[in-house]
Ligand binder design. Structure first.
Ligand SMILES: CC(C)(COP(=O)(O)OP(=O)(O)OC[C@H]1O[C@@H](n2cnc3c(N)ncnc32)[C@H](O)[C@@H]1O)[C@@H](O)C(=O)NCCC(=O)NCCS
Ligand SMILES: Nc1ncnc2c1ncn2[C@@H]1O[C@H](COP(=O)(O)OP(=O)(O)OP(=O)(O)O)[C@@H](O)[C@H]1O
Length: 230
């Protein structure tokens, strides 16, 4: 099994690249969706976060007001670390469960779209690591446009993450998404062929089919050994 790490900065284009993988029938585990589930009303993560941040972060319907919580944590590093610490076990177990479900189905290449791949030290589980990079001005502009946010809010969110240039320096594959969508599509086609190259032996043994082949080999070996000795 090949676990491809897909990361980058906020609004650098990870979800756009994720959709391209999905269109090419490569499954994607989306950490943002898992993190959202971890904060749903009455879930384990919800209870811990409400206990730590207080009922002020709730909407009238009892759900977490994500905009409000976002304003708090993206302007205060210690509160952000607290939120990360409370949700991390739910997010990592959610990611593991999704990978397991895809492994059982026999998928050999799985993309993990994890914005905080490096920050959460999950990069050691993924190879290759694809970083979607954009220049800082484009990132700020796209973020403000997409979220309809103020420059201050957008800058706070960008500054809450490890620098995009540092992520770029630790990547196996860089997708520069500063250009047009057409440019991105062209670069993606090159990346897709790299990601889909044949599995290495290690990756094969880690896949469901590889594990089943190994198990079958052991069973045959044991049976053959018994026949030889009896
Ligand atoms: C603070 C929250 C409620 C804000 O919700 P909101 O709907 O406004 O944003 P959303 O969840 O869609 O995240 C948008 C982007 O923000 C960035 N981001 C999210 N959480 C963090 C964080 N803790 N630190 C740095 N960047 C973050 C990511 O690039 C993400 O793609 C939410 O982001 C959250 O619960 N964050 C903590 C969980 C987490 O770490 N998520 C990232 C998954 S690895
Ligand atoms: N090449 C491009 N040209 C123009 N707009 C783009 C391009 N790539 C992405 N966008 C737009 O930029 C915004 C950010 O992209 P996207 O949502 O994919 O980023 P992201 O990295 O997934 O963000 P987040 O970290 O918040 O999840 C979106 O509005 C998207 O439609």
């Amino acid at each position: 099994m090949r676990l491809v790490g897909l990361t980058g900065g906020i609004a650098s284009g990870k979800s756009t690249v994720s959709s391209m993988f999905k269109h090419n029938h490569i499954p994607v585990v989306d950490a943002d969706i898992i993190a959202r589930d971890a904060l749903k009303k009455n879930s384990g993560g919800y209870k811990k976060v409400v206990a730590a941040f207080g009922p002020d972060i709730l909407q009238d319907d009892g759900q977490v007001d994500r905009l409000k919580l976002g304003r708090i944590v993206f302007s205060d590093a210690s509160k952000r670390q607290l939120l990360n610490r409370l949700l991390a076990p739910y997010i990592s177990s959610g990611i593991f469960l999704e990978i397991f479900k895809l492994w059982i189905k026999g998928h050999k290449v799985i993309v993990l779209d994890i914005p905080l791949l490096f920050e959460a030290k999950m990069d050691k589980w993924t190879k290759p690591i694809v970083v979607v990079w954009v220049d800082p001005e484009t990132q700020l502009r796209r973020l403000m446009e997409r979220d309809n946010s103020t420059e201050e809010d957008a800058r706070n969110r960008i500054n809450a993450q490890m620098s995009l240039d540092l992520k770029k320096s630790q990547a196996d594959i860089v997708i520069d998404n500063t250009g047009s969508r057409q440019d991105l599509q062209e670069r993606f086609s090159e990346v897709l062929s790299q990601v889909k190259r044949p599995l290495t032996w290690t990756e094969f043994w880690l896949s469901r089919d590889g594990a089943l082949s190994a198990l079958l080999g052991v069973i045959i070996g044991v049976l053959a050994g018994k026949k030889l000795f009896w």
